[in-house]
Every structure is written in structure tokens, then in C-alpha cells.
Design a protein around this ligand. Sequence first.
Ligand code: ATP
Length: 234
Amino acid sequence: MDILMEGKNLRKNYSTGEVEIEVLKGIDFQIFSGEFIVILGQSGSGKTTLLNIIGGMTQASIGELYYKEQPLHEIDDQQLTLYRRNEVGFVFQNYNLMPNLTVYENVRLVAEIAENPLSVLDILREVGLENWKDHFPAQLSGGQQQRVAIARAIVKNPELLLCDEPTGALDIQTGIQVLKALQKLNLNYHKTVIIITHNVEIAKMANRVFYLKDGLLDDVKVIEKPLCPEEITW
Ligand SMILES: Nc1ncnc2c1ncn2[C@@H]1O[C@H](COP(=O)(O)OP(=O)(O)OP(=O)(O)O)[C@@H](O)[C@H]1O
């Protein structure tokens, strides 16, 4: 498999007043193209910080990060913005949809400014919302809204789909629908998906699980037979 990303000795410090804290303490990893990765770890272990560095939202204080062999740790803000815009889709726990736009319009808004977008209707079909395209966000369930957010993140055709607690606000049934949408995009569109979760059950559908502990990558586990979302319970 092709290496999509590689991190070497990534460290991140934050200063709060006079105190400097080291949130990531030297992380090495590789991410392969088309992988489904789940990041697990206790609150405060550095999961979001690592995801934000991978997604170009922030840069590491020390270390090297390569995307398709391009050194992201050496590029300027403008190039980092381009990387984020063209290569990365983000999905958060809060859906952040535009309330006065329909489902279709919410997704089209992103497609219109993307360089190489996918078809809005194709993506709405993939996430199971083709019959809801003319509804407004307030008329949808939480799981449906999250699937609109996923469609919006993927329609610009990024290589990487990064999800921070995408099912955190959802009950089990709607959570499974969201995970199914993510797995379909991973398999049908060969997107590399990285999910942060506190739910160890979700890790069973990954190709690999990254365990973060106190700012370090404590363990990486390969899942030989990833489960379908329907086989997961929590
Ligand atoms: N911008 C910031 N300034 C200062 N400290 C920060 C900043 N962002 C994160 N931190 C600190 O870094 C540590 C790791 O935070 P991070 O959000 O990466 O952890 P996490 O594993 O994602 O936690 P959770 O599961 O609770 O979301 C925390 O102690 C947090 O307070």
C-alpha cells in the first residue's frame, strides 16, 4: 500500500501564560492510502491535537510531517491553507450546517468552490439522503444532519476525511448509519478515513487503531477482519 502520510517525532507544545505544556511528546506514524484508522485515548491524551496537525489546522512545534512526500512542516501558511482546502475534509461532533439552506444547498455550497468536486447528488445518495435533499437541517434527525456534514466534507473530493467524535452526540442506531456512510466513502471512493472516538467498539471497524496515551503513540493495532457498522454494538 502507498504511504499517504508520515509523521516523525511530532511534538506539540502550548504555552499558557508562563507555563509551557508538551501535549504531543514525539509521535511517529505512517498512514496508508485508503486506510480506515481509529484513534483511541483518554481525554487529554492529544487525539484532537494530532488530528489537527494531520489536517493542517495547526503545525507541530517540532518534527516532520509528510503528505505524499511533501514536507508539511516546511510549508508556509498559504500552502497549508491550500493543503487543507484541497486534500482534507473535516467532520466534527457539531454538524455546523447552514440552517437556512436545504440539504442539497448545504453540500453544493462546498462543491461550488472546490477544484475537483464530486457530484452532489451522487454523494447524497452514498450517505442515504437523496430523498431528503430539499429539507432544511432543522427537519432532520441528528444522524441525518451528521450525514449531511459528511457529504459536505467529502463533496470537494479530498483524499483525507478526518472525523472528531462523529457519533459522539448520537444514539446507537443513528450512530451506525453515520458509520455506514463513512465506511461506504472509504470503500467506494477509496478515501482515507481517520476517526477519533471514545467508543472502543467503533475501533472494531478500522484497519488499524492508534492508541494515544499521555501525548505518545502507545500502541498501534492491526485489525485483521474489520467489522461492518451493523455488527457493532454499544
Ligand atoms: N490551544 C491550546 N492551548 C493550550 N492547551 C491546549 C490547546 N489545545 C489543547 N490543549 C491541551 O492539550 C491537551 C490535549 O488536548 P486534546 O484536545 O488534543 O486531547 P484529546 O485527547 O482530544 O481530549 P478529549 O478526548 O477530551 O477531546 C489538553 O491538556 C488540552 O488542554
